[in-house]
Ligand binder design. Sequence first.
Ligand code: ATP
Length: 641
Amino acid sequence: SIPPDSDASALVSFKSSADPSNSIPLLFSPNISFCRWPGVACSPARPFRVTRLVLESLALNGTFAPSSLARLDQLRILSLNFNSLAGPVPDLSPLTNLKALFLAHNRFSGPFPASLLSLHRLRTLDLSHNFFTGSLPLPLTRLPRLLVLQLDSNAFSGPVPPFNQSSLKSLNMSSNNLTGPVPATALLSSFGSPSFAANPGLCGEVVRRQCSARIAFFPHPATNAPSPALPPSVNGPRQGFLLSESSATPSRSPHKRAIIAIGFMSATIFLIGFLTLVLALRKIKRHKLTGHGKIHTPEKSANGSEQTTTEDHEEPTAAMIMEIPEDKDREKDKAKNLGKSGCLTFCAGEAPGYNLEQLMKASAEMLGRGSVGATYKAVLDTRLILCVKRLDAGRIGLAGKEDFERHMEAVGRLRHPNLVPLRAYFHAKEERLLVYDYQPNGSLFSLLHGSKSSRAKPLHWTSCLKIAEDVAQGLSYIHQASRLVHGNIKSSNVILGPDFEACLADCCLSFLLDEQFFETDGESRFYRAPEARESNRRLTPRSDIYAYGVLLLELLTGKSPLDHQDLVSRDLPAWVRSVREEGESVDDERLTMIVDIAAACIQLSPESRPTAWQVLKMIQEVKEAEAGDGDDDSDLSTSNP
Ligand SMILES: Nc1ncnc2c1ncn2[C@@H]1O[C@H](COP(=O)(O)OP(=O)(O)OP(=O)(O)O)[C@@H](O)[C@H]1O
């Protein structure tokens, strides 16, 4: 039997929570010395003390139990890569000799494991491809021996810590949700932009993306000067500074301050004015919204990114809104009501970066009208570009303010590099606005079907795999982190971010619709699982998977689902192959693997469809097969004691 205080008992304890499906039953046999259990190594210098534990790709799908490995204070290398371990990483501070920790490609969640910050011998840390959230702790910059740090493909947010330790030779923070300027330390500058790719909110020299005026402006000492009070619904005097700053010289003259002060004093008057605008907004008919206001026309800069012209700011959306002042008493009443709920609610505890007033003054371009309302690209005076969805009051079923807010709060908590984040929402009596990040590179729909000049060609194979993986990542996160359902997966709701990463948009909005308006005839119906065709109440994670399967075939063939409605009766591999045959050659086995995934997703019976997580793993297997047999443990050897 196994002595209770031995390293062997620690291993058994770890297995009991990490491996509930008993995927490795034979590996942990009491008849063999535990130092010879597969994946376990003990040091000759310290008999019966485990120094290395490598349990990779073993389908471990439980949790990493607190204290289970705490006894292993001689452990140098711990690798649990490529499993499905979920939940937080427990306190690992007792593993004081740990030099390499690999937890990549699992389902770990929660904040950055703070206990790792006390592991001063740590040289390699790989937390990539998990669901970690929250900010990166500053003490990470003080781990003195850190050589390799892989944090990519998580949902870390907040600023990049100013790493500058000379030991660090490899750093990857890509595909997170980090924001703000990347500190231009010598070390971070030497890594350059690839280490930070697919973090749409990062800016600065290191990532070669200009920071907005806000970021450049606020550290300026003048912003700390006391400012006159404003009504609570106006987001403080900073906005006034910003508005004038965007077109001003950097120095703030007394003359300028006086102008700003006058601006503030008239804020109340202005506020009433803008409330009027909000009320009138409801009155504008669709054709007026599209045709009346000055449409913001983006210009492509030399680097391909969109820029706004000065004129864009001259005629705000408000101009479209302003035209019909109603009967004055009614206006006042409505203004009072709006005043009570006239603030944007920012999601996920994020600091307000703008206010409703600024939003209303933004220049706007209608991007389209979907099932729940119209979508606009809004350019604020600060040049911040947002995507604003104005919900169609008549079609919204979730009538109560509380229900609406509860739903939007839950949606607003979702943060993942492959989801378009909901930043804020607004709810007044009959007005509901949703504010998202604006994604500059169009939708997958326009990528696949947008060009009228050439007949639709399937995308390049590697792009297909990348987009398929990105979407599966986003979907898997929605299903796992929140138990929400996307409800409307289709190619126009897959938007391409600044680094052409695919992000799911319009997350969980189908549930807002009054059931009678649930479209049974729009393009969405081609993506809809048979069991959910008639009612939005029947949308489930499995119906999302069905939609994903249809999307995958669209991606592989470049054909709209309109053109492949009889999917179930087709010989899918033969069809996909025939459509792709003119393009670049793709390994037949890999193509079949992907088509098989799509076929599994569009099974008629919801129970037969895989989960999003399984889909993701299968896509990643194809990608890995594509990349050839990887050198998974190359870092292990570099950190081998
Ligand atoms: N965050 C965003 N950034 C950039 N473009 C976006 C964003 N969200 C949506 N879009 C684009 O705006 C257009 C209109 O979107 P909208 O959601 O209103 O309609 P839809 O996607 O066609 O229908 P549905 O309401 O069924 O999702 C689409 O082309 C979509 O790709």
